[in-house]
Design a protein around this ligand. Structure first.
Ligand code: DGJ
Length: 707
């Protein structure tokens, strides 16, 4: 880096970011990592990273930096890809952006680059915010005389520091969300994206780390539509040893046209860096808590839900629902959520989406008697809707058959028997809003479960469809700010930070089988704090996996999240109901901590033991769940985390205890009284708990002792 460069430094709580900028040239990353001393000489830092030209490079080596372009020999994807029509034929425009100016504040950097020949200006804004999370956006404006199309605009282009040699990505399927794969970043790099109109069951986060340091860098596109994430590497097989991460919304060709005077701004990409993956999760959680969650009743205790779906499906009647509400209230539920099947002719999942009025067949006197009964039982009332969809068999569709996404050929391919409303059209949004607004005005509804059960196809405008969904949700929120909204898409098919800004919580999976759910919860909770992750006690046998599970196991697992019941307590034995009620009481006692403290993933040599703990102030609660049969008689001790090593803690195992496992507990009376141990001993040596048998879960409570 020559002397022409200027440097801008942004400092977070524990991280520092240094960018080099050259007027008339490029912007490049100099440093991203743990916070540097204030005295650090930034030009020396840049010089220490600088490389002379090697034999196999253009004479003026390209600096793809924060805005990669093909000019000067960069072979990867451009951050800005544009098409214009010349002599009746489409041509790709070759851009040449140069930095013109920048504004640097303590935690914000805005870089302006222009291509005067094409009449384009690009503004990239990076803001370092809560949790050391950088929020990055790109805006492209045109003063060009002729219109052209934006094929791609990266929200983020980030040169990946070479110490990050491995990448973890996430994929999933219905009921088996967010499976992770870690691999070395080879010359093939990474190309990942979605094409279903939503991020999909893996979300769109990634994590980069190295083989030995533990340090982790994670990035995400806060966008509920399709995404396009790439890492282009020329390490190790190629010449330069460089890797550049780019995140962009996936655009439909021809969708974003820029006329003179127009600006297109990308959604936000976010990234954060931390000394290890546990602290990385803290960064994301801080970000979500401070900057994303603002809807419904933030800060209020998260009520225990009972949801009618796994208990009743669409076979609804007022007496059956009231009976379910009564049974749930008895075990401690605080919010009754009426799921699918309550509206119009919806007696199966094949009809009536789009007709958001109360079915007179199911509720001859309307919804109010049920809601009154729910209130009388001390609960509030929530309702399921799927507003972005329409069934061919519906009044809405019969009146407006052209309101759904469809192709020129006029075909109407369905999925789950349904079509997608074209939310880019204001009149469609208006009609759906009017129905939801009336529903919320006419009934005491505290909560909407907002579902989305279909892929988007055929779609000529991915971007506008997602923007249309946001406009609809935002309008409902503005008109009914007190209503909590849950984001659901066949479970966890659409979970991202932009949706979360509009929601109170998300539904991580339809899979309520606790042996599966522990993994799913642990995977999502790398990016999302427990309070936004719905976690319900499902029926046994489980309707999706067929597995039968003990209530003690199901209830303990559900407690680590936003707890609910997705089963019919009347179908449970008296003993099961008692166990469930006891765990709901525990959840109520611990939820303030679980929903505000620091979550630590606990490592255990047995990969089938899922363990986490939440530490906040003087209290902490841990869970350790064994899902399979341990290869050892005595599972290795569970080592805790996040404690003050020099403080003493009183450790107890909150009852009820897992019946069989407690037979193997040494000195149970000592555990009942509580053991007092130092944080050091708890974190270094840990607790030897009986965790040998599948379906064993322990809760571990800690209270810091006064010195
Ligand atoms: C899919 C959701 O994920 C389920 O929880 C349930 O609400 C069904 N849709 C209802 O159709």
């Amino acid at each position: 880096m020559s002397e022409r460069w200027d440097f801008v430094r942004l400092d977070g709580e524990k991280a520092t970011l240094v960018v080099a900028l050259e007027k008339g040239g490029a912007a490049d990353l100099v440093y991203l990592g743990a916070r540097l001393p204030g005295r650090e000489d930034l030009s020396a830092l840049a010089a220490a990273q600088g490389r002379g030209r090697h034999e196999s490079q253009p004479d003026a080596p390209p600096v793809p930096g924060l805005l990669p372009e093909p000019k000067a020999g960069w072979m990867g994807s451009p951050a800005v890809a544009l098409t214009a029509i010349e002599d009746g034929a489409p041509i790709a425009l070759a851009t040449d952006f140069r930095v013109t100016s920048w504004e640097a504040e303590e935690t914000r950097l805005a870089i302006r680059s222009a291509d005067p020949r094409l009449g384009l200006e690009c503004v990239q804004t990076w803001t370092l915010s809560a949790g050391d999370v950088v929020r990055a956006r790109t805006a492209l404006s045109s003063t060009h005389q002729r219109p052209f199309w934006v094929d791609r605009l990266s929200a983020l282009a980030l040169p990946v520091p070479p110490r990050f040699t491995h990448v973890t990505t996430f994929s999933g399927r219905w009921a088996h969300e967010i499976q992770q794969t870690r691999r070395a970043l080879g010359a093939e790099g990474l190309a990942q994206g979605s094409a279903h109109g939503k991020p999909g069951f893996g979300g769109n986060w990634l994590i980069l780390d190295g083989p030995d340091t533990g340090e982790a860098l994670s990035a995400h596109l806060a966008w509920s539509g399709d995404f396009d994430t790439r890492i282009e590497c020329d390490r190790p097989g190629n010449s330069d040893g460089r890797a550049i991460l780019q995140m962009a919304p996936r655009l439909t060709p021809g969708e974003i046209a820029l006329a003179p005077g127009d600006t297109y701004e990308t959604p936000e990409a976010v990234f954060t860096i931390a000394p290890d993956r546990k602290v990385l999760a803290h960064n994301w959680h801080r970000h979500v808590r401070a900057e994303r969650l603002a809807t419904g009743s933030p800060g209020a205790p998260r009520k225990v839900h009972v949801n009618s779906w796994d208990a009743l499906g669409v076979n609804l009647s007022e007496p059956a629902l009231i009976a379910l509400a009564e049974a749930a209230a008895e075990v401690g539920a605080e919010r009754f959520v009426l799921d699918d099947g309550w509206f119009a002719g919806r007696r199966s999942t094949a009809t009536s989406l789009g007709d958001w009025f109360v079915s007179r067949d199911v509720f001859p006197n309307g919804l109010t008697p049920l809601i009154d009964q729910v209130h009388a039982l001390g609960m509030d009332f929530g309702l399921w809707v799927e507003p972005e969809m329409v069934s061919p068999e519906s009044d809405l569709y019969r009146a407006h058959p052209d309101w759904c996404l469809h192709s020129e050929s006029d075909e109407r391919p369905t999925m789950r028997g349904q079509l997608v409303l074209d939310l880019a059209r204001p009149e469609v949004r208006e009609a759906v809003f009017a129905q939801l607004d009336a529903l919320l005005n006419e009934h005491a509804i505290a909560y909407l479960k907002w579902d989305h059960n279909r892929d988007l196809f055929p779609v000529g405008h991915r971007h506008a469809q997602t923007m249309g969904s946001y406009a609809l949700i935002d309008r409902v929120r503005a008109a009914h700010p007190e209503v909590d909204i849950e984001g659901c898409a066949e479970g966890g098919g659409r979970i991202d930070y932009a949706l979360l800004e509009r929601c109170h919580r998300v539904w991580p999976s339809d899979n309520n089988d606790a042996a599966e759910r522990v993994r799913i919860m642990q995977a999502w909770s790398q990016f999302l704090p427990l309070e936004v992750l719905g976690n319900h006690v499902g029926p046994s046998p489980n309707p999706i996996t067929g597995r039968t599970l003990d209530m003690d196991f199901r209830a303990k697992v559900a407690l680590f999240g936003h707890m609910g019941i997705e089963a019919d307590p009347r179908a449970m034995s008296e003993a099961e109901r008692k166990t469930l009620a006891a765990h709901i009481a525990l959840y109520k006692d611990w939820r303030a901590l679980l929903h505000s403290g620091d979550l630590w993933r606990l490592d255990h040599p047995d990969p089938h033991i899922f363990a986490q703990m939440v530490v906040g102030g003087p209290r902490a609660l841990a869970i350790a769940a064994q899902t399979q049969f341990s290869p050892q008689f005595d599972a290795a001790p569970l080592r805790l985390a996040g404690l003050d090593p020099s403080a003493s803690y009183r450790v107890t195992l909150p009852a009820p205890w897992p019946a069989r496992a407690s037979l193997y507990l040494d000195q149970p009376e000592r555990w009942r009284e509580g053991l007092t141990l130092s944080g050091e001993a708890l974190m270094r040596q840990g607790l030897a708990l009986p965790l040998t048998h599948p379906e064993t879960t322990w809760l571990i409570a800690l209270e810091r002792c006064e010195p």
